[in-house]
Structures are given as structure tokens and as C-alpha cells.
Write a protein that binds this ligand. Structure first.
Ligand SMILES: CC(C)(COP(=O)(O)OP(=O)(O)OC[C@H]1O[C@@H](n2cnc3c(N)ncnc32)[C@H](O)[C@@H]1OP(=O)(O)O)[C@@H](O)C(=O)NCCC(=O)NCCS
Length: 160
């Protein structure tokens, strides 16, 4: 069972998406998006670890035609949510899918009683930073040379 959303923005076409828990059967589509989206993509094993972790709640977004449009992985431990990964297929970008996924995670964390949600994002990833800022995430710090290629991570936090 999933949550149905009507996602859109002013730039592009509306899209109906359903957000539901990730399954192992989704991993081929997820890995295709992952490798197209990141210079150092997560492996199948990494996603399987998320699926099997008691602290991880990975979600996928399907469009009405049944294509996998995007996914988000977050953990929840004690009073802290942590967004670990989010990506949207190139064909569906700019249509509100990323926003819906982040919104769903914030809602899930709120329902579980989180004090805050945090994440790391590449300092050059202005698209993702703009997305998080829209929700009220604020920069709380910077990890120097956090990524394999030496790029800094910006630490961001959303407080309930
Ligand atoms: C970041 C990402 C998930 C956004 O997903 P998306 O579905 O395209 O984003 P949305 O359509 O929901 O847009 C939400 C907001 O993100 C920002 N945004 C999205 N596309 C943007 C672009 N091309 N340029 C600048 N900001 C952009 C805007 O603030 C936008 O709000 P607006 O529509 O009111 O302007 C997507 O670009 C992606 O998969 N990127 C590669 C993976 C990645 O970088 N993940 C983040 C890791 S921290």
C-alpha cells in the first residue's frame, strides 16, 4: 500500500505519483537511476543493507504508468531522522517528485517523534540544497573533503 500524491511545479507538467516502501524487486530500476545520478553510486549491497536494517525506511515513487520515478532512503534512530540518499530519474526531474519524497520523509519522522532531520549534501549540489531549503532545512556546518573526490559536504538540519 502506498501514499498517492499529485506533484507539480509551475515550470512543468503535473504528475501523479504513489510513494511506497522499497522492495528488492525495485533494485534494478533504482541502480539505473543511482548510477546516472552520482559519481560514486551506492551498490546493490548497500541498498540491500538499507532494506534489511531495522533503522532504515527506504521509499520509492512510482508514476501512474508504473515507472519508478525516484527513491529516498532515510534512517530513524532515537529522536533523529537522517536522509541518506535521494534521487529522481532524469525523465521525471523538475516535476515535484523530489519534493514529495522529502516531504514524506519529514512527515514519517514527525509521526515517529523526531526532534530533527539531518543530511549531508555536496557543496556544489545547488539543486538539492535549494530543495532542502524550501522545506526549512538550514546549514549547520561543513565537513571538509567529506566525499571521495575531496569535495566538502554541507550539513543541513530541519528542526521540528
Ligand atoms: C535533487 C533531486 C532529487 C530533485 O528532484 P526533482 O524531482 O527534480 O525536484 P523537484 O521537481 O521536486 O523540485 C523541488 C525543488 O528543488 C529545486 N530544484 C529542482 N530542480 C532544480 C534545478 N534544475 N535548478 C535549481 N533548483 C532546482 C527547486 O527548489 C525546486 O522547487 P521549485 O520547483 O519550487 O523551484 C534531483 O535533481 C536528483 O535526483 N538529483 C541527482 C541526485 C542528487 O543530487 N540527490 C541529492 C543528494 S543530497
Amino acid at each position: 500500500m502506498g501514499f498517492a500524491y499529485h506533484a507539480w511545479n509551475m515550470r512543468d507538467n503535473p504528475i501523479d505519483i504513489t510513494i511506497c516502501p522499497m522492495n528488492e524487486a525495485d533494485l534494478d530500476d533504482i541502480l539505473a537511476i543511482e548510477t546516472a545520478s552520482f559519481p560514486h553510486p551506492w551498490s546493490r549491497t548497500h541498498f540491500l543493507d538499507e532494506l534489511n536494517s531495522p533503522y532504515a525506511y527506504p521509499l520509492v515513487a512510482f508514476c501512474s504508468e508504473g515507472r519508478l520515478a525516484g527513491y529516498i532512503c532515510h534512517t530513524f534512530l532515537f529522536d533523529e531522522g537522517h536522509i541518506m540518499n535521494v534521487a529522481v530519474h532524469h525523465d521525471f526531474r523538475g516535476r515535484g517528485v523530489g519534493r514529495m519524497l522529502v516531504e514524506r520523509v519529514i512527515e514519517e519522522c514527525r509521526e515517529k517523534g523526531a526532534e530533527f532531520v539531518c543530511l549531508e549534501v555536496r557543496s556544489s549540489n545547488h539543486t538539492a540544497i535549494a530543495l532542502y531549503r524550501q522545506f526549512g532545512f538550514v546549514e549547520t556546518g561543513r565537513r571538509k573533503r567529506y566525499y571521495h573526490d575531496g569535495e566538502d559536504a554541507i550539513l543541513m538540519e530541519y528542526e521540528f
